[in-house]
Ligand binder design. Sequence first.
Ligand code: HSE
Length: 369
Amino acid sequence: MKNTVGFIGWRGMVGSVLIQRMIEENNFDNIHAVFFSTSESGKPGPNIQGSNILQDAYNFDCLLTMDIIVSCQGGKYTDSTYQKLRGLGWNGYWIDAASSLRLHEDAIIVLDPINLQEMYDAINVGVKTFVGGNCTVSLMLMALGGLFFNNLIEWVLFSTYQAASGAGSKHIIELIRQMGYLYQSVSDNLEKKQCSILEIEKIMSKSTQDINFPKQEFLAPLAGNVLPWIDCAVQDNQTREEWKVQVEANKILNSNYMIPIDGTCARVGTFRCHSQAFTIKLKKDLSYSNIYDILKEQNNWIKIIPNNMHSTLNLLTPFAVTGTLNIAVGRIRKLKIGQNLLSIFSVGDQLLWGAAEPLRRTLMILLSI
Ligand code: HSE
């Protein structure tokens, strides 16, 4: 009998990418899919396994009949539903994109190219809750997994360049609006030969202070700007986004000791790929060919980009990676400022490996056991 799988938040950005990937991989063939909605129950659902009617995402009688629930609805939904459902005796598998349950003792953070064995071990001891990691964490581990696995890393310092998508779909739209606003503010002047570039820049920068400049979502201009603050403040002057990296990465790696990982997270005006620069303190000196092999062998999605201008500009950018499962890894350099310090730049799609793909693959793993 086919497993009944309930999808909640399938219309949002992460949910849509998940559904799209499942269609591409024919993953709906082996399940009975039920689509839920928090606001439009009773209306027609997506035409994936023929027509269907959306179920109420707060109808616990219906949720209780699911073998597996996949939620991309966000933390508020998880907070209001998960414990209650478990309390009612529901013992199915819960797969979640939100961060709420990541650090629960009885939940595992899923990234199967990195922790497949831990996932199987967890399934064997009855773990039922599987949560996708924060996007920067998953993308970092996909890029540097080989170095972590071979116990070569003493510590990691990161600087992130995170896309608008990480903040949500409205933020992408606002970024595009901001870009348009900046252009409109100077478009006439661009045609005038006598208008100097300094004047153009001044008009454009000033336009970001207009009352109509669109910044309801980001609270600041992102187009033409960098916002070195993501999420709320936590202790020790970190943002929550920065705090998550060490905590979640070490949980995924299941390491015996806490590998120090810290850095600065910044939002940049890209659309759906997160980039990250890493400074890595290696435990020993490695040759370049050794480093390439160790990185490449860890998973099939890593693309090592040669350290030259042409390859970097064409292959190691958000536009080069967007919409693909590739993890581009380049600018690999031994730094001159100290012993065994390695610099790496990496780009990955925030919605694929950063969010939807680990969840899709978890669903397939759970269906295969
Ligand atoms: N917190 C991330 C971001 C989203 O803001 O980019 C990915 O989990």
